[in-house]
Design a binder for this molecule. Structure first.
Ligand code: RI2
Length: 326
């Protein structure tokens, strides 16, 4: 094993991978879109002399992208989609097939979000208030769909520690003229009595209908059930985790502790002994909401009770998923 960068991988792929790892590029759908675009860049800029060398390069680029963030299944699903159709007798033909697959994948992704948004919007009535967690373009598409249908919708937006991605949600909603009340995460239960829906996205959905989403989603869903507020998950089918059909589990990403405490805060807590082994910070980025706390999963193919999502998953992915970058 060496840490030397793979010289076959073009700068665009390295940049995209670094941006995904640092969360400059984030959100499951956006990550999938960027990964497909990066594979197209690799194909376009490749100087491989043989078909075998070209295919190996694309696999290396896919692996580089795959290793950035482990939880959002949209990333391997995107890579799989683009590599699956890599076909041709010559380098030129292979290149064309990758560029075309990436293009159609990105177009489908955007269409799927529009369709999902229109379906999710049907669940929202004129005058409804939604509570959001983190920032999800799929969840926001449902609100946008409702606004486009002429409905007045307002939002209680959870700040979402540690990265405060609720601010991105608030900004998008205000752009569309949606009234926003921003609250800290700990205030969610108190505000649930004022809302008609909890509306969140997903990073991965398992075959049993469990929803893997930004940390804090499961607690919110349990509280919502207690308050009688329906929980709606907006997730394109690219978020369905085919590996869970064959017994794999979804890896939960742990992020840097500096997202939780700064160096000076750590110093203060440990009384000037920052290496104190008895002081530990943990920063899991996601949690798992069991299907019994979810009322509906809204996809571009319609809305599903979480327990029946497995049928859609089988239909779309089958069980033979493989990892073409290996
Ligand atoms: P869209 C985000 O994760 C959030 O957990 C959000 O619900 C999910 O991705 C889906 O986002 P992160 O990448 O695909 O911010 O709906 O850690 O945009």
């Amino acid at each position: 094993m060496t840490d030397e960068p793979d010289e076959r991988i073009v700068p665009d792929v390295h940049e995209t991978a670094a941006d995904i790892a640092s969360m400059e590029i984030r959100g499951a759908a956006t990550i999938a879109d960027a990964a497909a675009a990066a594979l197209a860049s690799q194909a376009t800029a490749s100087t491989a002399g043989t078909s075998a060398a070209f295919e190996a390069e694309l696999q290396a680029a896919a692996r580089r992208l795959y290793e950035t963030r482990p939880t959002a299944v949209s990333l391997p699903n995107a890579l799989r989609y683009v590599l699956r159709d890599m076909d041709g007798e010559s380098v030129a033909a292979l290149r064309e097939s990758v560029v075309e697959s990436a293009r159609s994948f990105r177009e489908d992704l955007s269409d799927a979000q529009d369709r999902l948004g229109r379906i999710g919007a049907n669940r929202l009535r004129d005058g409804d208030t939604v509570m959001t967690h983190c920032h999800s373009t799929d969840a926001l598409a449902c609100v946008k769909g409702a606004v486009d249908q002429g409905k007045d919708v307002s939002a209680v937006v959870k700040e979402t520690r540690p990265r405060k991605q609720g601010h991105i949600t608030a900004e998008a909603l205000r752009e569309w003229g949606v009234p926003v009340t921003l609250v800290v995460d700990n205030a969610a239960r108190r505000y649930l009595e004022r809302v008609d829906h909890v509306l969140v996205g997903a990073d991965s959905i398992a075959a049993d209908g469990s929803v893997v989403n930004k940390i804090g989603t499961s607690g919110l869903a349990v509280n919502a059930r207690d308050r009688g507020v329906p929980v709606m998950v907006a997730a394109q089918t690219i978020k369905l985790h085919p590996g869970t059909l064959t017994g794999h589990t979804v890896e939960i990403e742990n992020r840097a502790e500096t997202e939780v405490v700064s160096d000076s805060e750590r110093d203060r807590i440990t009384d000037g002994h920052p290496a104190d082994p008895e002081f530990v910070v943990e920063n899991p980025a996601f949690d798992v909401t069991p299907p019994r706390y979810v009322d509906a999963i809204v996809t571009e193919h319609g809305q599903f009770p979480p327990e029946s999502i497995v049928t859609l998953m089988r239909e779309l992915f089958g069980t033979d998923v493989g990892e073409p970058w290996d």
